[in-house]
Design a protein. Structure first.
Ligand SMILES: *Cc1c(COP(=O)(O)O)cnc(C)c1O
Length: 494
C-alpha cells in the first residue's frame, strides 16, 4: 500500500472503485457458508474447548494472509466447521432461532453502507424506517399515538433502559433529593424474572435489596394479590416502589405473568409497569395466541426481542414505551451531535448507545417480504411442537416432565425406575455434557425447586416430532450407558 497525494488506496476498503473486490468477497463468503451448511448434519462438531483453543492460538494475527479468500478459508476451518448451528432441528437448547433470509439480505446492506442511526445526518431514511417499526410494534402492543421507543442490542439493554426510565419517572414524582430517595427505590418482580432485572438494579445504583420478590401462584406466575400486598409492605417499610416487572414468557418455563391484573394494580398504586416480553413478543403477531398478552397495552414500557421470537439475526431488540415523553428525561445533548436546537430527528436522544447499527432494516425486510402473519404462524408452530414434545415425554415410562408448557420450553428428565431424585440430579448434568460432546443434539439444563432438569427450548419451526423423538432416544441411550457404568463401578468396588 502506498501513500500518495490521493491518500491510501487500499484494495480492501469499500468504495465505488473496489466493487469487484466487494462483490466477489461477499459472494465467496456466502458460497463458503452454503458449502458448509450443505454438509452440516448435526448442530455441533463436538470439538472440545482445548482443541479449539489450540487452533485459535495457532493463528499469528501479525502475519496477515493478504487475501480475503485465504482468510475466509481459515475462518471456515476455525469457525464454521465448529459452529453451533441453530437451524439444525435437533438444536433445542436456548432462545436462539433460525433466521429469516430477508433479514440476512438486509445485513449485507446494513454493514456495507454502515449507517449509524444515532443522528439524522448519519442515517437519514434509516431513522425514519426505525421509527416506523417502533410505531408498528407500539400498534401491535395496543399503545396510542404518544408511544415511542428505540431499537437496542438486546433484552438486557431494553430492560436496563426501561428501569432507568422508571427510576427517573419515580424520582421526578418524589419531593426529596435523589441521594436519599435512590436507596429507598424498590423493583417488584418474581424470582422467575430475567437476571437482567437485578443486574440493572445494580447498574442503576439501587440498594442491594432493591429487587423485592413477589410470590407466584402454583404455576410460577406472579400472584396479583401477593403483588398488591408487597406494594403495601414496601411502602409501610419506608420504601418507594419504582417499578413492577411482569414477564411475558419466563426464560425457563415460558410462563406469562397475568399482565392484565398486574397492570390494573400498577395503575392503582401509581407504579411504573414494565413488561419483559423478550421471549413472548412473538405472540404480538400470533393469530391463535395473541390473547395471552391481553392487558399489555397498560404497560409503561415493553421489552421485545425480535432476535428471539421474530426469527431475526442478533442483534434486534427494542424497548417501546406508552408515553414517549418519558424518554426525554434521559436525553443528553452534545453540541457536535444533537444540539438542543436540532430540527431533525436524532435517535441518540432516546438511546443508551451512541453509534448504533441500523438493525431495524432486518425486521423491515422481513415484514415487507414475508409479512407478520407468517412470523406469528412460525411462533405458533413451535409452541404447538412444545405441547407435542410434552405429550411424548409423558408417554415414555422412563422420562418425566416438570409441567405443561406455556410457550415453547419443556422441562424434563430421564428418570427410569430405581433412580432416586438425588441420583437423577447428579446424572442429568453429566448426560447433558455428553450429549453436547456427541454433537448430534443440544439441549439446555436448569435447576427448578432444587432439582436439575433438562430443557428443550423450541424456536425452530422445522423441528419435527421425529426430531424430538430422536433427541429423547439419544438421551435415553446416554442415560442407560451412564447407569451401566455406575453399576459396573459399584460391582468392582464390592
Ligand atoms: C433473553 C431474555 C432477556 C435478555 O435478552 P438478551 O437479548 O439476551 O439480552 C431478558 N428477558 C427475558 C425474559 C429473556 O428471555
Amino acid at each position: 500500500m502506498e501513500a500518495t497525494l490521493e491518500g491510501f488506496a487500499s484494495p480492501h476498503l469499500f468504495s465505488g472503485s473496489t466493487l469487484d473486490a466487494y462483490t466477489s468477497s461477499v459472494w465467496h463468503a456466502s458460497a463458503l457458508l452454503a458449502d458448509r451448511v450443505k454438509r452440516v448434519r448435526q448442530p455441533y462438531s463436538g470439538a472440545s474447548v482445548t482443541e479449539l483453543q489450540d487452533q485459535v492460538d495457532a493463528v499469528d494475527l501479525d502475519r496477515p494472509l493478504g487475501d480475503t479468500g485465504a482468510a475466509l478459508h481459515e475462518v471456515a476451518r476455525l469457525y464454521l466447521d465448529n459452529a453451533i448451528w441453530f437451524h439444525e432441528p435437533t438444536y433445542v437448547a436456548h432462545l436462539n432461532c433460525p433466521v429469516a433470509i430477508p433479514a440476512l439480505s438486509a445485513e449485507v446492506l446494513i454493514s456495507a453502507v454502515n449507517s449509524s442511526v444515532d443522528t439524522w445526518d448519519q442515517s437519514a431514511t434509516g431513522t425514519l424506517i426505525e421509527r416506523r417499526l417502533i410505531d408498528w410494534t407500539a400498534g401491535r402492543i395496543g399503545f396510542g399515538p404518544d408511544a415511542d421507543g428505540i431499537f437496542t442490542s438486546g433484552g438486557t439493554q431494553s430492560n436496563l433502559q426501561a428501569l432507568l426510565l422508571a427510576r427517573e419517572e419515580t424520582l421526578a414524582g418524589v419531593p426529596e433529593p435523589r441521594e436519599t430517595a435512590i436507596p429507598r427505590l424498590r423493583i417488584l418482580a418474581t424470582t422467575e424474572s430475567h437476571f437482567s432485572v437485578s443486574k440493572s438494579a445494580g447498574i442503576l445504583g439501587l440498594a442491594a435489596d432493591a429487587v423485592v420478590p413477589v410470590a407466584t401462584d402454583g404455576d410460577a406466575r406472579m400472584d396479583p394479590a401477593a403483588l398488591a400486598a408487597a406494594l403495601d409492605a414496601v411502602r409501610a417499610d419506608g420504601g418507594i416502589p419504582m417499578a413492577v416487572v411482569a414477564t411475558a414468557g419466563t426464560t425457563d418455563l415460558g410462563r406469562i405473568d397475568p399482565v392484565d391484573a398486574v397492570g390494573a394494580i400498577c395503575a392503582e398504586h401509581g407504579v411504573w409497569f414494565h413488561v419483559d416480553a423478550a421471549y413472548g413478543c412473538g405472540l404480538l403477531v400470533s393469530t391463535r395466541r395473541r390473547h395471552l398478552l391481553d392487558g399489555i397495552e397498560q404497560a409503561d414500557s415493553v421489552t421485545v426481542d425480535f432476535h428471539k421470537s421474530f426469527f431475526q439475526p442478533v442483534s434486534s431488540s427494542a424497548i417501546v414505551v406508552r408515553r414517549g415523553e418519558t424518554m426525554r428525561r434521559i436525553a443528553v445533548h452534545a453540541d457536535y451531535l444533537n444540539p438542543r436546537t436540532a430540527t431533525v430527528p436524532n435517535q441518540v436522544d432516546k438511546s443508551l448507545q451512541t453509534t448504533r447499527r441500523f438493525d431495524a432494516l432486518k425486521l423491515w425486510m422481513t415484514l415487507r417480504t414475508m409479512g407478520s402473519e407468517q412470523i406469528g404462524e412460525m411462533f405458533d408452530a413451535v409452541v404447538d411442537r412444545a405441547h407435542e414434545a410434552y405429550r411424548q415425554i409423558l408417554a415414555d415410562d422412563d422420562f418425566e416432565a416438570l409441567t405443561e408448557p406455556s410457550l415453547s420450553t419443556v422441562l424434563f428428565r430421564f428418570r427410569p425406575a430405581g433412580l432416586t431424585p438425588a441420583e437423577c440430579d447428579e446424572l442429568m448434568p453429566k448426560m447433558r455434557q455428553r450429549l453436547f460432546h456427541g454433537g448430534q443434539a443440544i439441549v439446555a439444563g436448569t435447576t427448578v425447586g432444587g432439582h436439575y432438569w433438562l430443557k428443550f427450548t423450541l424456536l425452530n419451526p422445522n423441528t419435527t416430532n421425529d426430531n424430538i423423538r430422536s433427541v429423547l432416544d439419544l438421551i435415553r441411550e446416554i442415560g442407560r450407558d451412564e447407569m451401566n457404568q455406575r453399576d459396573t463401578t459399584a460391582a468392582v468396588m464390592v
